[in-house]
Design a binder for this molecule. Structure first.
Ligand code: ATP
Length: 223
């Protein structure tokens, strides 16, 4: 569903991605981890065609998104810290987004129910906690029922109760709806509970790829 092949990206002299390859199979959950500055956001920005790689290519559903932008309709994206107009309600934001994307308004109700925000959707964003804003962002990404969801640090700075809810929502998406998910995260609890495969980036290079069990074995030295 997602394929990154030998991607290199430089910012001036700074090598942000150094020959990165990564694959996300249909219906699987892949986490991309690594310290600050490892290159995670750069890779996501390339997948979304917000910047071009210097070398290598990316494919989504078998298409190069730079040549076939329509494939991005199948990609829902949740950015790290979503910013919305503070005085609009969650529902209004989703209605606007549906309109811009040419998606039927009935979808708003479906996605709000999915993220369990139906009863809170009429409050203005300014009254929401970070966790609730994040759930609106997930709902927005799910408008139009995309096959692929890309999330950048969905639980960054969110308190544990709300993090748990995000985790539940992502589990439901994967198990019941077979959505293919790529998530960057620093939250190891999320990574452990959700991932089929983990990629670790360090200074722009993939330094580890494997399951949660493989990661624990490698980094704790357990055989
Ligand atoms: P974080 O977890 O902090 O978001 P990250 O793994 O997402 O980090 P990137 O944001 O992709 O890492 O950054 C990779 C490297 O490229 C870092 O060294 C960063 O300083 C550098 N970088 C990122 N964006 C730019 C830019 N616009 N101009 C110059 N250097 C950049």
């Amino acid at each position: 569903m997602i394929s990154v092949n030998g991607v290199v990206k430089r910012y001036g002299n700074k090598l942000a991605l150094d020959d990165v390859s990564l694959h996300v199979d249909r219906g699987t959950f892949v986490s991309l981890i690594g310290p600050n500055g490892a290159g995670k956001t750069t890779l996501i920005r390339i997948l979304l065609t917000l910047m071009k790689p210097d070398k290598g290519d990316v494919q989504i559903l078998g298409y190069n998104p730079f040549h076939n932008k329509k494939v991005l309709r199948e990609v829902g994206y949740v950015q790290e810290i979503p910013t919305y107009p503070p005085f609009l309600s969650g529902r209004q934001i989703l209605e606007l987004s549906a309109k811009v994307k040419g998606i039927d308004k009935s979808e708003v109700k479906r996605v709000l129910e999915f993220v369990e925000m139906d009863s809170l959707a009429n409050f203005p964003i300014i009254k929401y906690s970070k966790g609730l804003v994040q759930r609106i962002a997930i709902a927005e990404a799910l408008l139009g029922n995309p096959m692929v969801l890309i999330l950048d640090e969905p639980n960054m700075g969110i308190d544990p109760i709300f993090s748990l809810k995000t985790r539940e929502i992502l589990t439901k998406l994967k198990r019941k709806y077979n959505v293919t998910i790529l998530m960057t995260s620093h939250e190891m609890e999320d990574v452990k509970k959700l991932s089929d495969t983990i990629y670790m980036l360090y200074k722009g290079k993939v330094v580890f790829k494997g399951s949660v069990e493989d990661m624990i074995r490698k980094f704790l030295g357990i055989q």
